[in-house]
Each structure stands twice: as structure tokens, then as C-alpha cells.
Design a protein around this ligand. Structure first.
Ligand code: PMP
Length: 295
């Protein structure tokens, strides 16, 4: 695979990690995925802030400041020289004894993986994706808060596998109270009566950076939006739905459990938000060169 991996500051094409790292043994790590636009990392400040909050959430002390991360990410992206990059920042608990007690771990390992940006099929944006309301519940906030972005993604993996078995592209998970939460790697929005709705953070979701941008765009563009708690029955009346995420950006969701949402096509509000988000990226980071034309 075409990768550049920054391992504690050293950039290589390939890296190995100790099997005694608690990130490997127990999923004891935090991470972020950053996308680029014009090969410039998008919303890096927000991602680094969330990485730090996640680390605080698992009492993991990150031994470097943001400046170090910005510099290392920049070096790695420059050296990789892809048209657009996928950037994954991982901070593990580090190497320790084979015991869940993290006190034996000496220092975190910091890994920055850059790969060519993942591109979703244009079909997903033109026709929308299928979601499946799965039986796997989102982790309870009191158990493993979904607001902390840890390397332990089994909850989401199980939900994703259930969705795949049902022929859907992603899962929509409920919390223990039976209310809507999020997708396996995305936040969820739906439209009803021309108004946007999205599960609030206290439903037990990740505070998605793309979600935050969509909320801001709604505010700036006078689109009414409400955050709250909704059972899935609300979706039977929904006119539109979409999911948001760093890599997916804003992607229409047009079917739920095989039944159309609204008329089963990406709706006008979804299409408007897709355009608004693309425009925001162009304004912030410049219009990217066509693939193959970047220097
Ligand atoms: N929820 C979950 C569980 C995720 O893994 C992601 C992807 N990071 C998101 C939501 C979307 O967050 P963001 O917009 O910050 O990528």
C-alpha cells in the first residue's frame, strides 16, 4: 500500500508496533482522521482539540504540543505528496505489561498515517446510501462515552457488520433509551417539514466536526435546526436524511431498512448542504487542482 507513516517523529513507508502496546492489546488509544482539501489538512485545529479531549477522557497524557503535531503532519503529508491525503493520527497508551492496568506503560506511541484520500463512489452522492436500523445499541455514555474517540471501535464494527448483512452501506444505531444516535463513522441528520433535526450530544454520539460545520451552515443560512432525542418512528415522516463525516463529508441517505426516505432521492436541503459544505472547503482551503495536476 502507498503510505507514509510517521512513528514518533520518524517517517517511513512501513512501521511495526509492539504487540505489547496497550493500543494493540486492549484498544487503549485515541485517534483522529483528518481529510485534506487541496492537500491541506481540514479543520486541523478542531481535530487536535478533540484528540486532546479524547486523551483527557481516558486519562492519557500526550507528550507533545499541538505545534509538534502540526509540524509532523505537515512533514508527512509533504513527503507523501498525494493529490489528496487521508491522515490518521493515533496516540496509544504505549508498551506495558500484559495487564489492563495502564500504569506499566512507559510512554504513548504517536503514529501519523498518510494514505491517498479515500474516494467514495459518486453513486453514493447521486443516489444516496441505504441505512439499516441495527439491533446493536450505541455504547452508553456512562459505559464508554461515544464522545471520546478511542481506538476501541468494536461497538461500531458489530453494527457495521449487521448493516452489511442487511445489504445497507451503513448502520444507524439507537441508544439504550431507543433514540437515534449516529452511524458507525458518521453523524445523522433528517429533514421534516423543511426543518433539520439531529440527535443531540447527550444521546451518546461523537461530536463530529462535520456535524458542527453543518450546524453552523444551518445557522448562517437560516435553515431551522433542532438538536434533540428522537425515536426512529420519527423517520417514517422524514422527507430527507443525510450523514456527515470527515471523509464522507455530507452524503445523502435515501433508504432505511430498504424503504425509501421521503421520495428515495437526495432532497433539496441535502443537496444544498452538500454544496454549502464544498463551498466552505473551497473558501477556506482554496479550490483544489484536478487529480494528477497538483505539484
Ligand atoms: N461518529 C462516529 C462514531 C465517527 O467515527 C465519526 C468519524 N470520525 C463521526 C461520527 C463523524 O465525525 P467527523 O465529522 O468529525 O469525522
Amino acid at each position: 500500500m502507498n503510505l507514509k507513516i510517521n512513528f514518533n517523529g520518524a517517517i517511513q513507508d512501513y512501521a511495526e508496533i509492539s504487540v505489547l502496546d496497550h493500543g494493540f492489546l486492549f484498544g487503549d488509544s485515541v485517534y483522529e482522521v483528518v481529510a485534506t482539501h487541496g492537500n491541506k489538512p481540514c479543520f486541523l485545529e478542531q481535530h487536535l482539540e478533540r484528540l486532546r479531549n479524547s486523551a483527557v477522557g481516558i486519562s492519557l497524557e500526550i507528550p507533545y504540543d499541538d505545534e509538534w503535531f502540526v509540524e509532523q503532519i505537515d512533514r508527512t503529508v509533504q513527503l507523501a505528496n498525494f493529490d489528496e491525503s487521508y491522515i490518521r493520527i493515533i496516540v496509544t497508551r504505549g508498551v506495558g505489561e500484559i495487564d489492563i492496568d495502564p500504569s506499566s506503560c512507559d510512554r504513548p506511541n504517536i503514529i501519523i498515517i498518510t494514505a491517498p484520500a479515500k474516494v467514495y463512489s459518486g453513486q453514493y452522492y447521486e443516489n444516496g446510501i441505504d441505512l439499516a436500523l441495527v439491533s446493536v445499541k450505541r455504547n452508553a455514555r456512562e459505559a464508554l462515552n461515544p464522545g471520546i474517540k478511542t481506538g476501541n471501535y468494536l461497538n461500531n464494527i458489530l453494527a457495521k457488520m449487521e448493516a452489511t448483512r442487511q445489504g445497507a452501506q451503513d448502520a444507524l444505531m439507537l441508544n439504550a433509551q431507543g433514540n437515534l444516535t449516529e452511524g458507525t463513522t458518521s453523524n445523522f441528520f433528517f429533514v421534516n417539514g423543511g426543518k433539520l433535526f439531529t440527535p443531540s450530544l447527550d444521546c451518546g454520539i461523537l461530536s463530529g466536526i462535520t456535524r458542527e460545520m453543518a450546524i453552523q451552515l444551518a445557522l448562517e443560512n437560516g435553515v431551522p435546526l433542532e438538536e434533540g432525542h428522537w425515536p426512529p418512528e420519527e423517520l417514517s415522516q422524514a422527507e430527507e436524511a443525510f450523514v456527515t463525516g470527515t471523509v464522507k463529508k455530507i452524503m445523502p441517505a435515501t433508504r432505511l431498512d430498504g424503504k425509501p426516505i421521503g421520495n428515495g432521492k437526495p432532497g433539496p436541503i441535502t443537496l444544498r448542504f452538500m454544496r454549502l459544505y464544498d463551498r466552505l472547503l473551497d473558501e477556506k482551503y482554496g479550490v483544489p487542482a484536478a487529480p494528477g495536476q497538483s505539484q
